[in-house]
Design a protein around this ligand. Structure first.
Ligand code: ADP
Length: 301
């Protein structure tokens, strides 16, 4: 199994001509409620990319939670380790997008904060997996506990260190493969990633923390792939971007799915970049995540 431990959010997305100032009320021109949360997005991406996937996560008691979980099951995800937490709401992201495509995001962790190390223990069997994929929208101690449990069972631990934050050496030492974007790589290492030299230096700093494989995603420019002592850029796919929400999540889910079926790192990166490129041509988070057949069709073009 490929196990994803992480967040589930309900994204409320409102499009406005510009952001309201403090105290101001502005009417937007479009509003949508879409399933999101990095854990959920990455699990959906892995499942649609063809991997047998389990999601360890929490939702609240609100009416939307059941339909979210039913959606994951419809994608073929094992939902048996998704807990419903009494007395809280499912995680929420209030997203404003302005006419130039910038966004502001206000998050409420809700049930995601209830995914504690103790709760994780009750799902320990889910961590007997081949690969564990983590992000940073659940408590840090839970990620540490998950990485320890999975590592002890011989799993590969993959960390997408998003949203950007500095991390303890203790967690980084448990990671086999890390996938920061440019901002996240700079936050982790203090090295600005503005060009390939910066990416190489940031990757070296992460190798020094004990991480064998570093993939820094560079948006439309592709990725910097670095294995101990050897780094190179792998370009992405040229597409017309309409909404880059969840590009990183799609990349991560598809990457681990390809690795899960035994692909080597470089072809797995190409598969993941094809998946992410397809996702940026479509609006929304989980709504934009492609399926394996579409990804393979793009790769064969
Ligand atoms: P994040 O969404 O986490 O900030 P990136 O912006 O680096 O991550 O995007 C992740 C991956 O998605 C990139 O490495 C690339 O393969 C793909 N991608 C992102 N933006 C584009 C784009 N405009 N065109 C093609 N591929 C893209």
């Amino acid at each position: 199994t490929l196990t994803v431990t992480g967040s589930i959010n309900i994204d409320h997305v409102i499009r406005l001509p510009q952001f309201p100032r403090p105290g101001e009320t502005l009417t937007g021109n479009d509003y949508r409620i879409v399933p999101g949360g990095k854990g959920a997005n990455q699990a959906v991406a892995a499942a649609r990319a063809g991997a047998v996937t389990q999601l360890v996560a929490c939702v609240g008691e609100d009416p939307m939670a059941a339909s979210l979980v039913a959606g994951f099951a419809a994608d073929g995800i094992n939902t048996s380790a998704i807990d419903t937490v009494a007395g809280v709401n499912t995680g929420v992201a209030l997203i404003q997008v302005n006419d130039t495509g910038e966004n502001t995001i206000a998050l409420a962790a809700g049930a995601n904060a209830a995914l504690t190390p103790e709760r994780l223990q009750s799902h320990a069997s889910a961590l007997h997996c081949k690969q564990l994929l983590l992000q940073l929208e659940i408590p840090l101690e839970t990620n540490l506990a998950a990485a320890r449990l999975a590592r002890a069972e011989g799993a590969r631990v993959v960390l997408n260190p998003a949203p950007a934050q500095a991390l303890p050496a203790e967690l980084l030492a448990l990671v086999d493969l890390i996938t920061p974007n440019e901002t996240e790589a700079e936050r982790l290492t203090g090295v600005a990633v503005n060009d390939e030299a910066g990416a190489a230096a940031a990757a070296r700093a992460l190798h020094q923390q004990g991480i064998a494989t570093v993939i820094i995603t560079l948006g439309a420019r592709g990725v910097w792939l670095s294995e101990q002592g050897h780094g190179r850029r792998i370009p992405g796919f040229a597409v017309k971007a309409v909404d880059t929400t969840a590009a990183g999540d799609t990349f991560n889910g598809a990457l681990v799915a390809a690795l899960q079926r035994g692909q080597a790192l470089e072809p797995a990166v190409r598969f993941a970049q094809a998946a992410a490129a397809l996702s940026v041509t479509r609006p929304g988070a989980q709504t934009s995540v492609p399926y394996r057949a579409e990804i393979e069709a793009l790769l064969e073009q």
